[in-house]
Design a protein around this ligand. Structure first.
Ligand code: ARG
Length: 462
């Protein structure tokens, strides 16, 4: 072996690598983010090797102390990462060798970088699931606070972005709380499934050393060791599940962001954003732009892009490990960073947003939003079949529209001219406030139902 060959695996190589080879092969530029988890895995592995008598206690002790030194060098920015050493695993092992000499060479007994990297990334993604769930909880709390403040503020509910029926601000906020709950449960579910240890499956086939994979699994907080060594080194389902669940979170936040963009526009004026989460225009002094909401909406593309990217990397890979798998990390890192950012930005926006109850109410009362209430009244009070009630209501809407009025502004004479069974009592259901108060069915928008949900969620999130 010449001096040029790689000192970690260069036994059968004479010459060094081409610079382009090093550039395409090295992952240290990004996988240094796995350092802490890599060291955790190595500490567990070394302790197990000693406990099973595969290495001596004194070697294990030297390895342990050396690894802790490496960790502190990394934490304090003193560690020198080298592309020539390819990845985080070999950078750390090489430094360990410098620090403790011969015993460092025993750490890699009954282990391969294949099970090592699978273990590191699982640990990393597991932490991200916890962080994302915490971010979701914080956002849910902000939404519940908004819902509590505006449990009975009436606003237009839309279908096709056309005024449909009045709803309450609180009800609208609580819709997102429910969506986010499914997100949290998807992440928790993925976390549960990923919580098995690949460590000790080695290159692909297991090992002839008498290792204790249950012990390392336990030391790393995994529920159990993975049962099949080929699967263990080849699997990235855990990363895909995290990315897929993250893409759904991002899609939900993007829908809320889109609503914030619409609501804060001069045409709607339902809400105003705080200075903290909006920007001005360098040329148009009147502008107050919802940039944070727009970027939350846009980052969905990145996060879904990462999911698609890794799916595409995985789809044609024969078992077990191929270097393609090295491309899993940047997708996961980028998506996780983006996810934490959009969760925090959305929480900040929701906390700061101030809705204008009068503007909401005015919009809720226009657009014949209580037509369905009128039709329902005709069914309930005048015993009309719903189809006929729908028709009668349609004629009343046409009449009001022709006179540029709202339904509640038609006189009783005008109404009875369309159907004789209509009485003055009909006015009870015609205002938007009356409409929402009447929708008391389970899951409905009535303020009393919203307050029940708010109380329930305050309890759950406390
Ligand atoms: N840096 C590699 C990765 O991220 C580690 C595993 C390398 N294994 C190998 N057989 N070359 O996947």
């Amino acid at each position: 072996m010449t001096d040029d060959a790689n000192k970690m695996w260069g036994g059968r190589f004479d010459a060094g690598q081409d610079a382009i080879m090093e550039a395409i092969n090295a992952s240290i530029g990004f996988d240094q983010r796995l350092a802490r988890h890599d060291i955790e895995g190595s500490l567990a592995h070394a302790a197990m090797l000693a406990a099973t008598g595969i290495i001596t206690d004194s070697d294990a002790k030297a390895i342990r102390e050396g690894l802790l030194t490496v960790l502190s060098e990394i934490d304090t920015g003193r560690f020198r990462f080298q592309a020539a050493l390819e990845d985080i695993h070999m950078n750390i092992e090489s430094r360990l060798q410098e620090l403790i000499g011969a015993p460092a060479g025993r750490l890699h007994t009954a282990r391969s970088r294949n099970d090592q990297v699978a273990t590191d990334l699982r640990l990393w993604v597991r932490d991200q699931c916890d962080a994302a769930i915490a971010g979701i909880r914080a956002l849910q709390r902000a939404l519940v606070d908004q819902a509590e403040a505006g449990a009975d503020w009436v606003m237009p509910g839309f279908t096709h972005l056309q005024t449909a029926q009045p709803v309450t601000w609180g009800h609208h906020m609580m819709a997102y709380v429910e969506m986010l709950e499914r997100d949290a449960s998807r992440l928790a579910d993925a976390r549960r499934r990923m919580n098995e240890s690949p460590l000790g499956t080695c290159a692909l086939a297991g090992t002839s050393f008498p290792i204790d994979r249950h012990a390392t699994a336990k030391a790393l907080g995994f529920d159990r060791p993975m049962a099949n060594s080929l699967d263990a080194v080849a699997d990235r389902d855990f990363a895909l599940e995290f990315l897929a669940a993250s893409a759904i979170v991002a899609m939900h936040l993007s829908r809320l962001a889109e609503e914030i963009v619409i609501w804060s526009s001069a045409q709607f004026r339902f809400v105003s954003l705080s200075d903290r989460f909006s920007t001005g225009s360098s040329i148009m002094p009147q502008k107050r732009n919802p940039d944070a909401a727009e970027l939350v909406r846009a980052k969905t593309g990145r996060i879904l892009g990462s999911a698609v990217g890794l799916f595409t990397v995985m789809k044609g890979l024969a078992l077990a490990y191929s270097k393609d798998l090295q491309e899993d990390k940047e997708q996961v890192f980028d998506a996780a960073d983006s996810l934490m950012l959009v969760l925090a930005a959305t929480e900040g926006m929701v906390r700061d947003i101030s809705a204008d109850p009068d503007a909401l109410n005015a919009a809720a009362s226009s657009g014949f939003s209580t037509s369905t209430d009128l039709a329902d009244w005709l069914v309930r009070e005048a015993d009309l079949p719903f189809r006929e009630a729908h028709h009668v209501t349609g004629r009343l809407v046409a009449m009001a529209e022709a006179e540029n009025k709202d339904l509640q502004d038609l006189s009783l004479e005008q109404m009875t001219s369309v159907h004789e069974a209509i009485t003055a009592q009909v006015r009870d259901v015609l205002g938007a406030g009356n409409s929402v108060r009447s929708r008391t069915s389970y899951g409905g928008t009535a303020p009393e139902r919203v307050r029940e949900q708010v109380a329930l969620w305050q309890e759950r999130l406390s």
